[in-house]
Design a protein around this ligand. Structure first.
Ligand SMILES: [Ca+2]
Length: 255
């Protein structure tokens, strides 16, 4: 019985899959979805945060409360939505004491993320330096307390425009935005809105991968079965092999 060429073809299949998948993830053709899953209206919610601005009596100021980050309202030009100026922290952030927000999604589901969009504009003007500057994007796939891994650090320009930051698709049940600097103020850090979008992989690409993986699994199973068959044959041969007959005698069938 000849040895089948399964191992070689399995390896080639694996290489083929890697060759297909790697460029897909490396060349960044993966689109971001159109639905902002951080938006309160889509089930996004703030699960924890470092601080929000308090008045002199220690009361939360609704116009600066943290939920303003996901209310879908933006300060645009001279227009400020009523009671939604953006989020303001209680203190200025630093590397040692960053200000942060943790966002969860509808039904606490884990999502595959692709893009975050920051609108830094609040009711305060940019020149007083309170708007967000550097932030780290971190994700947890387990609990709101982590462990968190850092996806990347991003720089937000001190301009009145929404700024999108794309990254390699990453799973997240909770997203922590860790703000380490503003644009110079020693009072607080502010942001207008945070939007988060999922990675969209074309169905045809997924279907193709599933078919290839199923084929590869089939080949590996056949290879395993062949190995087992060979081992059984060898055991059988060892058990049934007769010792060599002594010299000078003849075996059966002397015709
Ligand atoms: Ca807002």
């Amino acid at each position: 019985m000849t040895r089948p060429s399964v191992p070689g073809s399995a390896v080639i299949s694996l290489i083929t899959i890697v060759a297909i998948v790697l460029p897909i993830y490396a060349a960044e053709p993966i689109a971001a979805g159109a639905t902002n899953i951080a938006a309160a209206e889509n089930g996004g919610h703030i699960v924890a945060f470092s601080s929000q601005a308090l008045d002199e009596n220690g009361r939360v100021m609704p116009e600066w409360q943290v939920t303003n980050l996901i209310d879908g309202k933006h300060v645009v030009g001279n227009y400020t939505p009523a009671e939604s100026y953006g989020w303001s922290s209680q203190s200025a952030p630093s590397e040692e004491n960053p200000e942060w927000i943790i966002i969860g999604f509808a039904e606490e589901r884990t999502r595959l993320l692709r893009r975050i969009v920051i609108d830094p504009q609040t009711d305060d003007p940019s020149f007083i330096g309170r708007w967000v500057r550097w932030f780290q994007l971190q994700v947890s796939t387990t609990t709101r307390d982590g462990p968190y891994k850092t996806v990347g650090s991003f720089l937000v320009d001190n301009r009145s425009v929404q700024q999108a930051f794309d990254f390699m698709p990453v799973e997240a049940r909770y997203v922590r935005i860790l703000v380490t600097t503003n644009h110079g103020s020693d009072k607080c850090v502010e942001m207008g809105e945070v939007a988060i979008y999922e990675a969209i992989v074309a169905d045809s690409v997924i279907d193709d991968l599933i078919i290839r993986l199923e084929n590869l699994l089939g080949e590996l199973k056949r290879y395993r079965d062949f190995q087992l068959y060979q081992q059984e044959q060898q055991s059988l041969e060892a058990a049934t092999t007769k010792p060599e007959p002594p010299a000078g005698t003849t075996g059966a069938g002397g015709d």
